[in-house]
Design a protein around this ligand. Structure first.
Ligand SMILES: C[S@@+](CC[C@H](N)C(=O)[O-])C[C@H]1O[C@@H](n2cnc3c(N)ncnc32)[C@H](O)[C@@H]1O
Length: 290
């Protein structure tokens, strides 16, 4: 099955892809994010604004399956919740026109939990109704044994059969297994500690039940509600490194972030996908899973 990764970012779909799938292209408006994509994945990348992308361009790629993870800001709890009136929904709305025009065999879709029940959600289902059957759900990597919360709205749609997204098994891997040797800049300064220490979400390195919070694009730019911090055995507090967060998303350990500053890396990782939940959607779209 040939997959087109729309809103590709750093390649969550490339990381999650089951063996039966082949990625024929990765489209994103940001050249910078695609540079990181291209360092890690060999699939062709296309810097294109989806608002203006032509059906002819997409048709030429001959993908059976389109993956879409459009901007989530119009639906986040801390965002403006302007839904389809947010200008950042324009590429999502254009995607619906393209689906109606080209009708790819299969569609995978991801967004934040707040997408569910939105006008955008309603429009997506209206767009799919004439040609597809689908399964939608909210899944969190913690349901796959990963000590990280990242609940996401997920949808698998197919023209030939009714897909079923399966929840994972819950064998838990402890947080300590995801920790890497820290570098000095990860430790919090006295100032940050004093000012925000009480309100941060803190997890203990040796707590077997530790569950980290969602790591967002704003991690360490804002100190609250953007992800967890780690209390080490000697009580020192530090941030998780970009590679530790990538590990919690289940990206490959050797993922190349070279050329990115730490904040930029947090930004791109924060807007990416959790591999187990994404794979669950992709697997639901494979007709013969034997
Ligand atoms: C929620 S992130 C998806 C990240 C991606 N799935 C990943 O695994 O990293 C949204 C992505 O859409 C891109 N994007 C936003 N608006 C776009 C547009 N109009 N056209 C194409 N890409 C866009 C952003 O640059 C960002 O990489």
């Amino acid at each position: 099955m040939k997959v087109l990764e729309l809103f590709a970012g750093i390649g969550g779909v490339a990381a999650a892809k089951p063996a039966q799938m082949q990625i024929v292209g990765a489209v994103d408006a940001s050249l910078h994010v695609l540079q990181t994509y291209a360092k890690n994945w060999s699939h062709p990348t296309f810097q294109q604004n989806i608002e203006g992308i032509s059906p002819a361009f997409l048709e030429k790629l001959e993908a059976d399956c389109w993956w879409l993870s459009p901007p989530c800001q119009p639906h986040t709890v801390r965002g403006n919740q302007h839904d389809v009136d947010d200008p950042r929904s324009a590429s999502f709305l254009r995607s619906l026109e393209l689906i109606s025009a080209l009708k790819p065999t299969a569609i995978g879709f991801e967004n934040v939990e707040g997408f569910k029940g939105s006008r955008a959600h309603e429009l997506l289902l209206e767009c799919l109704a004439p040609d597809y059957t689908w399964h939608e759900t909210i899944l969190c990597p913690s349901e796959f044994g990963v000590p990280n919360r990242r609940p996401r709205f997920l949808l698998a749609a197919h023209r030939g059969f009714e897909p079923k997204i399966q929840a994972g098994d819950a064998v838990k891997t402890p947080l300590k297994d995801y920790l890497l040797p820290p570098t000095p800049e990860l430790y919090l300064t006295e100032h940050v500690h004093e000012k925000f220490g009480q309100s941060m979400h803190v997890v203990d390195a040796d707590d077997p039940d530790a569950l980290t919070a969602v790591f967002t694009s704003a991690y360490t730019k804002t100190w609250m509600f953007a992800g967890s911090f780690l209390r080490e055995a000697d009580s020192r507090l530090r941030a998780f490194s970009p590679h530790e967060i990538l590990g919690l998303l289940d990206f490959p350990a050797n993922f190349d972030l070279s050329g990115l500053g730490r904040r930029q890396a947090y930004k791109y990782i924060g807007q990416s996908l959790s591999v187990p939940t994404t794979r669950a959607v992709l697997e639901a779209l494979i007709s013969d899973r034997s």
